[in-house]
Design a protein around this ligand. Structure first.
Ligand code: NAD
Length: 347
């Protein structure tokens, strides 16, 4: 039995589906602070298998410990966390409490329940400004915002934990930029309010929910002046977790990038999305956002060596799948039933 924290969320729901498809039993722990239970109903509908759900906060150590014991959990895939960089600048203590204290409580519960296998969702944000590209796992760590620092401190805590007790097997997965959706069009990213990430914004503009996309800077030293990121299909990220689970016992603790190794510019995303959707994505150029770097993409060699994992899905697939999700679910998982439930007015 595998516990997935944050399993109702964007990446977590795809991870749950991959686990069920591979024959694992799954119990999801999620406080639904940034997700809806509908995502889990859909996971079960897609694969025709059932999972268990416990609406528990990570910081409720007793309830987590009881769940680990009750379900006979053998490994935890820990995706729960808050992830908005801007919000973390405004509310750093909330982020340290939720992400860092939450993980501390989770691993304490795991220790009490003698469950010592853990896969943790970290982020490329821990690297900060790239000193060189592509970024490999030995690149220096200098996160530039509280969100990234919560990930960095959690990583350090997990390394200390492993040093203190070699029975722990831990995989730290540093995701680059997960995008896209499940090909069924039933699972995808459902941001509340104005999306923080590029693809949901582009999709909402293509759908006409928002008037235009503001590209934050076109004077970076890149091929077309816009920022470059390593976009990776969420289904590839999910399959990376299966590979990590399979290879968890190979080394005591491992830290691995999950990226494609290819940088894509914001304008390339816009153009690909336009051609896949057949809808224009009107855009204007705005100021650079403080803290954004010109380019960031992964060296995924270690993942291939240690996990026998490589991303498989193209940029066109990422955009096509995201578009299908957006078209089929213009309000995400939310079904408006009365006026106050209506989605945001176009920006
Ligand atoms: P998400 O917000 O869709 O999912 C996170 C889930 O965790 C949500 O369902 C939320 O309700 C739950 N959660 C948050 N705090 C909790 C708590 N204290 N107790 C129980 N549940 C809690 O986000 P996502 O995009 O699926 O990201 C999953 C993980 O991957 C996060 O840890 C995030 O930091 C990390 N990550 C995401 C990205 C990205 O671009 N999406 C990139 C790098 C790393």
């Amino acid at each position: 039995m595998i516990m997935v924290t944050g399993g109702a969320g964007y990446i977590g729901s795809h991870v749950c589906l991959a686990l069920l498809d591979a024959g694992f039993d799954v119990v999801v722990v999620d406080n639904l602070s940034n997700s809806k239970r509908t995502s889990l109903d859909r996971v079960q509908a897609i694969c025709g298998k059932s999972l268990s759900f416990r609406p528990i906060d990570l910081r409720d150590e007793e309830a987590i410990c009881k769940t680990l014991r009750d379900f006979g959990v053998t490994a935890v895939l820990h995706l729960a966390g808050l992830k908005a960089i801007g919000e973390s600048n405004e509310n750093p203590l909330g982020y340290y409490d939720n992400n860092f204290v939450g993980t501390l409580r989770l691993v304490s519960a795991m220790k009490n329940a003698s469950v010592k296998k853990l896969i943790f969702s970290s982020s490329a944000t821990v690297y900060g400004d790239p000193a060189y590209l592509p970024i490999d796992e030995s690149h220096s760590l200098a996160p530039t915002n509280p969100y990234g620092r919560t990930k960095y401190f959690i990583e350090e805590m997990l390394r200390d934990l492993h040093r203190s007790d070699n029975d722990w097997t831990i995989a730290i997965l540093r995701y680059f930029n997960p995008v896209g959706a499940h090909e069924s069009g039933l699972l995808g990213e459902d941001p509340s309010g104005i999306p923080n990430n590029l693809l949901p914004l582009v999709a909402q503009v293509a759908l006409g929910k928002r008037e235009r996309l503001v590209i934050l800077g076109n004077d970076y030293p890149t091929l077309d002046g816009t920022g470059i990121r390593d976009f990776i299909h969420v289904v590839d990220v999910a399959s990376g977790h299966l590979s990590a689970l399979k290879h968890l016992n190979d080394s005591g603790i491992m830290t691995v990038n999950l990226g494609t190794g290819t940088g894509t510019s914001v304008l390339q995303i816009v153009q690909t999305f336009e051609s896949v959707s057949g809808s224009p994505v009107p855009h204007t150029i705005g100021e650079r956002r403080i803290g954004d770097v010109a380019a960031c993409y992964a060296d995924p060699t270690l993942a291939a060596d240690l996990l026998e994992w490589k991303s498989t899905k193209s940029l066109t697939q990422m955009c096509a799948d995201h578009w299908r999700w957006q078209l089929n679910n213009p309000n995400g998982y939310h079904q408006p039933s009365h006026p106050s439930d209506e989605p945001d007015a176009p920006a």
